[in-house]
Design a protein around this ligand. Structure first.
Ligand SMILES: Cc1cc2nc3c(=O)[nH]c(=O)nc-3n(C[C@H](O)[C@H](O)[C@H](O)COP(=O)(O)OP(=O)(O)OC[C@H]3O[C@@H](n4cnc5c(N)ncnc54)[C@H](O)[C@@H]3O)c2cc1C
Length: 193
């Protein structure tokens, strides 16, 4: 099974992790919990109404964990390309990954040391969020000089994940669920109670 490592656990990183793990790709998130979301109150995230940023993040963390994402509070100090993917160093330990999703907010140092091309001050990506380094993605505030909005960051993370899923599955991939899927999940939960 492919393995994705996400660096950064704000809306961009957790959104990427949600989509990859939910669709069968083992996903690990490293985060230092300095997300701007702790300073925000959301009135502009469609479908949310009015919500404290930390509350939003708590829900998102529980959501990714429910699908099996492994979350670690640890600083990533290095990301390097290896023969068959990437080596990510967190708290002095090396971890292998087939893909890496950088979602480090305003901190762009890891993208720079990995050798990703920049456009001015921001990491250069297209709509797939893949950087100039194959298999390495950059998402959220780090790829934008402005447009610092949670919903945009989450969309960037989803775009990166869908591109990874399409690459792995060899065809364009959509993460579509229908009401019957929810009925199945909720009836399974009711059976467990
Ligand atoms: C005061 C304030 C109010 C805001 N209000 C709103 C609002 O009302 N609505 C709205 O849409 N947006 C708002 N925002 C913006 C919103 O918070 C950001 O757009 C959003 O958080 C960006 O998401 P992100 O995932 O790109 O980065 P972040 O949320 O910043 O997450 C990056 C994460 O990466 C982690 N990280 C960084 N480097 C490393 C490393 N080396 N190893 C491991 N982890 C690392 C950080 O600790 C952090 O948790 C506000 C921002 C501020 C500052």
């Amino acid at each position: 099974m492919a393995h994705v490592i996400v660096v950064g656990g704000g809306p961009a990183g957790l959104s990427a992790a949600l989509f990859t793990q939910k669709n069968g790709i083992e996903t690990t998130v490293f985060d230092t919990d300095k997300t701007w979301m702790h300073k925000a109150h959301l009135f502009n995230y469609p479908g949310i109404g009015s919500q404290d940023g930390t509350v939003f993040l708590d829900t998102l963390r529980r959501q990714v964990e429910a699908f099996g994402v492994e979350r670690h509070e640890a600083e990533v100090t290095d990301v390097s390309a290896s023969d068959d993917g990437f080596t990510v160093t967190a708290d002095g330990e090396d971890h292998d990954a087939d893909y890496v999703v950088l979602a480090t907010g305003a901190n762009r140092g890891l993208a720079e040391s990995l050798g990703c091309a920049f456009d001015g001050d921001v990491v250069d990506v297209g709509v797939t969020m893949e950087t100039s380094v194959e298999g390495a993605y950059a998402t959220g505030a780090m790829v934008r000089a402005e447009e610092w909005q949670a919903v945009i960051a989450a969309g960037d993370g989803a775009a990166a994940a869908l591109n990874i899923l399409s690459t792995e599955k060899g065809e364009n991939y959509h993460d579509f669920d229908v009401p019957g899927d929810a009925d199945e999940v909720f009836s399974a939960m009711a059976d467990e109670e």
